[in-house]
Design a protein around this ligand. Structure first.
Ligand code: CP
Length: 325
């Protein structure tokens, strides 16, 4: 267990050692237990987290804000529509200034080609920890919550379990690739057999594919790439079919929509769930119901989506308590 993580940024889990990540999970379990038992845990009394949102959110905003209150501190909601953060305030200024006002800076900036660079720019100039609430490359707190949910399901024994991280069709908007990318990177650290199932136009970033392969090699797990939606479900212990944009193929919204239309039948349904090994259905939400996943699956007995969403709160509190003290 690591006992000194004060001041650390969380931009990608890849930059944290296994021991440090296990510390996060251990603290998250402790905080989850304390909340269940009604035990106060104000480890961040009088501390302030600035939450900068360049893109909207439901779960991320509510869970970070609730988490800071439960830790005895306060979270400030700073929205790009009602402040200057999108026109004029540079990453350096945000890091320097908000880093002096607050004890942590959490940022959601998902613009393709921009988000990760911006967050790293703020981190370079901030004296307080920077927490990535989702960028164009990573969604680390989602992956931590996903992994905690998987640990809980298998009582920690995840080695060799098959996790299918899969594309699914959706049409509401072009979703970032950060959630599947982060989960693939994290699950391969823990010896899971990870399948990435996606049509040819929906590749993830090559450097993170390489990292995931190396993770799998070191952990004794595996990484396999499939392009057959049904095959991804076969014998899987966990399935995570969700939509993302064909961002490495095109950044044009109309062309992306046209490509996506070819895969309308990539929907998680009961027939596909029956191919799994009583697999757990996961999704970070929001999902396009009856397009990306049927109601019968997302509301069915194999679905873990609410436990998964709850775990956002616990892992985020763990990282905040460890880094912002
Ligand atoms: N899963 C997730 O990040 O949800 P929000 O976009 O609502 O925060």
């Amino acid at each position: 267990m690591q006992t000194y993580l004060a001041g650390r940024d969380m931009i990608t889990t890849q930059e944290w050692t296994l021991d440090e990540l296990n510390t996060v999970f251990s603290v998250a379990e402790d905080l989850k237990r304390k909340r269940a038992m009604g035990v106060p845990h104000p480890y961040l009394r009088d501390k302030v987290l600035a939450m900068l949102f360049f893109f909207s959110s439901t779960r991320t905003r509510v869970s970070f804000e609730a988490g800071m209150a439960q830790l005895g501190g306060h979270a400030e909601f700073i929205d790009s529509r009602t402040t200057q953060i999108k026109h004029g305030d540079t990453g350096k200024e945000i890091g320097e200034i908000i880093g002096r006002y607050c004890d942590g800076i959490a940022i959601r900036q998902t613009d393709w080609g921009l988000g990760n660079k911006y967050i790293r720019g703020v981190a370079e100039h901030s004296r307080t920890p920077v927490l990535n609430m989702q960028c164009d490359h990573f969604h680390p707190f989602q992956a931590l919550a996903d992994m905690l949910t998987i640990f809980e399901r298998f009582r920690g024994d995840v080695r060799g379990k098959v996790l299918n991280v899969s594309y699914a069709y959706a049409k509401s908007y072009i979703k970032p690739i950060s959630a599947p990318q982060s989960l693939m990177l994290l699950a391969t650290r823990f010896g899971m057999n990870v399948r990435l199932t996606r049509p040819p136009e929906f590749e993830l970033m090559p450097e993170y594919m390489d990292q995931a392969r190396e993770n799998a090699y070191k952990s004794g797990g595996s990484l396999e790439v499939l392009d057959d939606f049904d095959a991804g479900f076969e014998g899987a212990d966990v399935v995570y079919p969700k939509s993302w944009g064909p961002l490495l193929t095109t950044t044009d919204d109309e062309e992306a929509a046209k490509i996506s239309e070819k895969y309308k039948d990539w929907i998680a349904d009961e027939r596909r769930m029956a191919l799994t090994r009583d697999g757990m259905y996961m999704h970070c939400l929001p999902a396009d119901r009856n397009i990306e996943v049927t109601d019968a699956v997302i509301d069915g007995p194999q679905s873990a989506v609410y436990d998964e969403a709850e775990n956002r709160l616990h892992v985020q509190k763990a990282v905040m308590a460890l880094t912002m003290r």
